[in-house]
Design a binder for this molecule. Structure first.
Ligand code: ASP
Ligand code: MG
Length: 430
């Protein structure tokens, strides 16, 4: 069994969907499970819907909802000439559910649960829609496909927006489901399609695994099914030594060790979701990162390599960073007690630290600027600590840095924080 994951950029238009189906037809000589993300920027668009829903802004709510609906139907009309094709009814019924949900939540706003819960209920529709469209289009092109609702398979706790997988239950359900698939169903050309990013809590509510979580979804399947290989299809030729969108001379890395891949993901390389590598490494499953634009090219292969030698620096940029400086009001030192207290607060507010540094009476952390989390965090910290915040910063990490690489990044910008280890240079820049 092979696992393919396609991100939103691969299916952002009818042309994109056609291209993905061409790739699937070519590779479905082997049993194949396809994990798909929401189309294009749908997750962001649904986050806007959610924002207007939470703010009780009916006009903006309808407008933002309509945008998502129109976008998908324009792709559908391009893909299917016959507007009586059952896919239209099916996608319309998914949109009806979404519309019904937001209407009810709008009318009875006191019944709404928290932001994170509502997020998962609304934003999850992106994957439900994209998987249905891909499934139907693959069949209309002569393939055989089985559409699986991932919420029947990936079981999680109720940490909405960052749900933790119940591995035992999930693995059992996945294995059971796939052992029920008879081999006939997996003759060449037959695939299974399911949604990335989503899960289901013990009460049957939809959960999500964190932004860009579809890679992790695919890895959960790969691990559970002891897949031979997992492939993430992207709009770049493989894992690059920098994001080519901001560093045009970025080059492809042919291979990468699991260890280096984990480090890169940890530092924020958007190429792979950080949680993806562990299950693959534990099961010895090779991870391929390939281009959906040039599927014939080799891509990057991530494997168990002990002595992985890197010859060039790897650059990672994280934007929209905020630096928070925390000092005890009573001028006490930042020692174990204060530190463990601060970390407990950070964990309660589910704020992940990207870099940190401390001096005698100051502790500074650089985190993603997510106002939903940061604003309440600051309010809480201010009860006991003096806090200062600096927004609009970039965090750069260079693995295997050289002086030249550091100069290139820092240029003439103001360094707010800097850290160096033997392999890694990090700087927070204004
Ligand atoms: N659609 C979700 C997102 O954009 C999950 C994913 O693409 O991996 O974050
Ligand atoms: Mg995506």
């Amino acid at each position: 069994m092979n696992i393919f994951k396609f991100g939103g950029a691969s299916v952002n238009s009818a042309t994109g969907v056609r291209n993905v189906v061409e790739i699937l037809k070519k590779f479905s000589v082997n049993p194949l499970l396809v994990v798909i993300s929401a189309m294009g920027k749908t997750t962001n668009a649904l986050e806007k819907v959610l924002k207007h829903y939470m703010n009780n802004d009916p006009i903006a709510l309808i407008e933002s909802y309509k945008k998502v609906e129109d976008y998908h139907f324009s792709i559908l009309h391009d893909l299917f000439e016959d507007s009586t094709h059952p896919v239209f009814g099916e996608v319309a019924s998914i949109f009806n559910q979404l519309r019904g949900y937001i209407r009810k939540g709008h009318l009875y706003s006191s019944d709404r649960k928290g932001y994170d819960f509502e997020y998962d209920q609304i934003v999850s529709f992106g994957e439900l829609i994209s998987s249905s469209i891909l499934h139907h289009y693959y069949i209309s092109e002569g393939g055989k496909s089985q559409l699986l609702d991932v919420r029947d398979l990936i079981k999680t706790d109720a940490t909405y927006r960052d749900a933790k997988v119940n591995w035992q239950q999930t693995t059992a359900l996945i294995r059971q489901t796939f052992s029920g698939f008879n081999i006939e169903q997996f003759k060449p050309g037959t695939i299974a399609i399911t949604q990335g990013f989503l899960g289901c809590d013990p009460n049957g509510n939809t959960t999500t695994l964190g932004r860009e979580g579809s890679d992790f979804s695919a890895a959960i399947f790969a691990w559970s099914l002891k897949a031979n290989e997992m492939t993430i299809w992207k709009d770049v030729p493989g894992v690059m030594n920098a994001d080519p969108k901001w560093m045009p001379d970025a080059v492809r890395l042919e291979t990468l060790s699991y260890r280096e891949a984990v480090e890169l993901a940890y530092y924020g390389a958007s190429v792979i979701h950080p949680k993806t590598i562990k299950p693959l490494k534990n099961a010895g499953i090779a991870l391929m990162v390939k281009s959906f634009i040039h599927p014939e090219l080799p891509g990057t292969s991530i494997e168990n390599i002990n002595e992985w030698k890197i010859s060039i620096p790897i650059f990672i940029r994280k934007q929209q960073q905020v630096l928070i400086s925390i000092s005890p009001r009573d001028f006490s030192f930042i020692l174990e007690d204060n530190l463990s207290e601060i970390f407990r607060i950070l964990s309660n507010f589910r704020v992940k630290v990207n870099v940190m540094q401390n001096s005698a009476i100051n502790f500074s952390i650089c985190v993603d600027d997510d106002p939903q989390k940061i604003n309440p965090l600051i309010l809480h910290l201010q009860k006991e600590y003096e806090t200062r915040i600096n927004q609009g910063l970039d965090l750069f990490t260079i693995r295997h840095y050289t002086d030249e690489a550091v100069n290139r990044i820092v240029n003439a910008r103001e360094i707010m924080m800097e850290l160096r280890t033997r392999n890694t240079f990090q700087a927070v820049l204004r």
